[in-house]
Design a protein around this ligand. Sequence first.
Ligand SMILES: Nc1ncnc2c1ncn2[C@@H]1O[C@H](COP(=O)(O)OP(=O)(O)OP(=O)(O)O)[C@@H](O)[C@H]1O
Length: 309
Amino acid sequence: MIEIDGITKRYGDTTAVDAVSMTAQTGTITAIVGTSGSGKTTLLRMINRLVEPSKGEVRINGTPTSAIKPHLLRRRIGYAIQGHGLFPHHSVARNIGAVPQLLGWSPDKIRARVDELLDLFSMAPDEFRDRYPSDLSGGQQQRVGVARALASRPDLLLMDEPFGALDPIIRARAQDDLRRIQRALGSTIMLVTHDMEEAIRLADRIAVMDAGKLVQHGPPADIIATPATPFVAEMVGEADRPLRLLSLIPVTEIAEDGAADGPPLPADATLRDALSACLWTGRSALPVVGASPAHVTLDAIRARVGGHG
Ligand SMILES: Nc1ncnc2c1ncn2[C@@H]1O[C@H](COP(=O)(O)OP(=O)(O)OP(=O)(O)O)[C@@H](O)[C@H]1O
């Protein structure tokens, strides 16, 4: 568990982060969102002491980070940034194995871990382990950057706009990969992003920052349905609210028994996918793939998300 307790950072007269407190449970993803200059990066960097707080404390599983030497702390906390920050003159394997090597792992153990991570990120180890960063695509470099941050099985992974430089299609794939790997490894992640869509897609909890203050912290559905301030409402985007809410609800939640005509929806579709498919096909109900015949109706979608006005 990560506990951020009244943490503040002042630069002269500027308060970059103003008495922020929040808790992140082990095995969850927290997305920190906010406009440029709202203090997101400063907050993230105070967790691994790249920036020293002016006031307040961070505890990791009960231990204050101030009690751990910064360089040792940073070996326990993975850190992935936009533009990946790979060492250009080191191979992929050496990049990923950098922290395990500092920690004194045996060469065999490091090699096994590198291959395991490359596999997890769908990069064939034989093909990729000896390449250099310049011989990879942007998306592959980004994956190696995240693999490196995960290499030593850190207590916590901090990510600062990790997918900011990727095109939308690769970005969506990288987000799906991250979610899958995070679930498989049970990692705890805190991720800074400008992009509310990314936050909704990835996070168990969203923390919204405005002018250094934490203005709301909660599950994505709560942030969308009941924004705490006009600023949060603006971040969520009023016009997109219903669609964002629909994207959080699996179609199986409101599927009804019985068959329906039309192209079937996959079992892992969301209500947003279902609405889109109904509109596109001009049908008021569509079948859902499953063990027994099931379908979802436009009426049920409307009933699930409506009623706010
Ligand atoms: N080293 C520093 N010295 C002085 N002021 C700083 C320093 N680092 C950050 N700040 C100020 O603190 C505030 C918060 O900056 P921070 O980088 O945390 O914001 P951010 O939300 O991450 O922004 P962005 O999304 O643009 O990266 C800004 O006003 C910034 O100018």
